[in-house]
Design a protein around this ligand. Structure first.
Ligand SMILES: Nc1ncnc2c1ncn2[C@@H]1O[C@H](COP(=O)(O)OP(=O)(O)OP(=O)(O)O)[C@@H](O)[C@H]1O
Ligand SMILES: [Mg+2]
Length: 451
């Protein structure tokens, strides 16, 4: 006997599916054993001939109707032998994470082509759903054509009605497929609203092709992403950023960031999300982004609407800072360092302390600065000046002061200045005191009490 059963894959209503082997050609096959109740062998043979006529890359190929040995009772039973397909059922793919649009398009068009080929042979599928589509890396195949759809009870149904049933199933399947893709809801709705119950396969194909057309769909995805970052309720947590990033298609990442630069949309709330997006960019795309960001920074700093651009740059961290053009970087470093000298915080006027806001970013960027001693000098100047300026330093710089004090002289000067601020009862210094390392705290208190 040519075909041999190896193991059960799935038990169905009409028959069991086995993984099997074709001993003549030495290749794996799928074997569907037909339950005796279903039909006589002549009927089966006719069905197999019809199925074998379907010659499409999107429909599983029937190799033969053959007798195989049923492992259950050692009897010889009739079976339909098909190509073995590697892959997963579409049903198994309709779970998070969302399918990329291009993948959804490939699968959908494959199913449409498969059904078209089946109908071209005057056969209806009659059980088209996501469990009956197998998706491989490079293939999409419709399986499980209801071989018995022309049996007595069905044969009275007109061909038109049976085909119409397939079209309704196809619409449902494609709708679910798009709902599980990263196509925006608005575009999915457009697909389904464009169709009627009596739509033909040509209508369905046209609507599906339109909805998943990259140039149309990409625009819809980008505008959805822009809407999300423009939302004033944008949640600033890492969890939200993760979920949103997972929901942001690859091809949207770069245009979205460029749009955020153009429209100056970034805020500190976008920090986590922008960090994730930046990590997803390839180096050439990063260059495009930082070139655009550098132009915006050069134009706006100092004195303009620089906050969105600096907030974005901060999210890009060291790699972002380093890929700025040298001129922009040095100019920005200089502007930030100088702005420290404007910094003060009047603790009685909360929310109105805009002075030194650019300088406050020194705490984020100082690790990448080339001229740290200029910053150290300016911070010392602030610490020595008075209550408001001491509070400014204490608000933004506590955790980076130890890092900035690279020389023992700088360290000694910081401790001295912080000691006077402590004695001066700098409110915020005392509030944030824990951010300093233990040895600093002890020396500062000793300074404040002592000399
Ligand atoms: N050609 C094949 N290659 C690999 N796996 C297959 C093949 N055909 C079917 N399978 C596997 O077996 C499962 C069931 O197959 P199929 O849909 O043909 O039968 P069924 O739905 O159980 O049967 P029926 O609807 O006739 O009761 C599929 O989901 C798939 O996992
Ligand atoms: Mg099935």
């Amino acid at each position: 006997m040519r075909f041999r059963i190896i193991k059960l894959v799935d038990g169905g209503a009409y028959g069991d599916i086995y993984e099997g082997h074709d001993d003549d050609l030495d290749r794996p096959v799928a074997i569907k054993v037909i339950r005796p109740s279903v039909g006589d062998s002549e009927f089966l043979l006719n069905q197999a001939k019809a199925l074998a006529r379907i010659d499409s890359p999107n429909v599983v190929r029937v190799i033969a109707i053959a007798k195989v040995v049923d492992p259950g009772n050692e009897e010889r039973v009739p079976a339909i032998v098909m190509d073995w397909l590697d892959g997963k059922t579409l049903q198994a793919l309709l779970h998070p994470p969302a399918l990329a649009l291009s993948e959804a398009r490939r699968i959908g068009l494959g199913v449409i082509d498969g059904l078209t080929a089946i109908h071209a042979q005057d056969i209806s599928h009659s059980d088209l759903h996501a469990g009956n589509v197998i998706v491989g890396k490079n293939s999409v195949k419709v399986i499980d054509i209801l071989y018995f759809s022309t049996l007595a009870n069905k044969s009275t149904m007109s061909k038109r009605l049976r085909f119409q049933g397939d079209y309704a199933d196809l619409q449902r399947l494609l709708h679910r497929l798009l709902q599980h893709s990263d196509l925006p809801v608005s575009a999915v709705d457009q697909f389904i609203h464009g169709l009627k119950p009596e739509s033909t396969i040509a209508d369905i194909r046209e609507s599906f092709e339109q909805a998943t057309d990259p140039s149309v769909a990409h625009r819809a995805q980008l505008s959805q992403a822009i809407d999300r970052v423009s939302d004033s309720e944008f949640v600033d947590t890492p969890e939200y950023a993760n979920a949103l990033s997972a929901d942001t298609p690859d091809h949207v990442v770069r245009p979205l960031i460029l749009e955020m630069i153009k429209a100056a949309l970034a805020t500190p709330n976008h920090q986590h999300y922008l960090t994730l997006l930046w990590k997803r960019l390839a180096v050439p795309d990063r260059d495009v982004v930082t070139r655009s960001l550098a132009t915006a920074i050069d134009r706006e700093v100092p004195g303009g609407n620089w906050l969105p651009h600096i907030a974005m740059l901060a999210a890009f961290r060291r790699t972002g800072w380093n890929s700025l053009p040298d001129t922009t970087r040095l100019r920005l470093e200089n502007a930030i360092t100088k702005d420290v000298l404007n910094g003060y915080i009047d603790i009685h006027r909360r929310g109105e302390n805009k002075a030194g806001r650019l300088g406050a970013y020194a705490a984020k960027f100082c690790y990448y600065f080339t001229q740290r001693d200029a910053l150290v000098a300016n911070l010392l100047e602030r610490l020595q000046q008075g209550w408001f300026t001491q509070n400014y330093v204490a608000t933004h710089f506590m955790s980076c002061l130890p890092d900035l004090a690279e020389t023992t002289t700088a360290r000694r000067k910081f401790i001295e200045a912080l000691g006077s601020a402590y004695r001066n009862d700098s409110r915020i210094l005392k509030q944030n005191f824990d951010e300093l390392p233990e040895d600093w705290r002890q020396e500062i208190i000793a300074k404040a009490k002592g000399d």
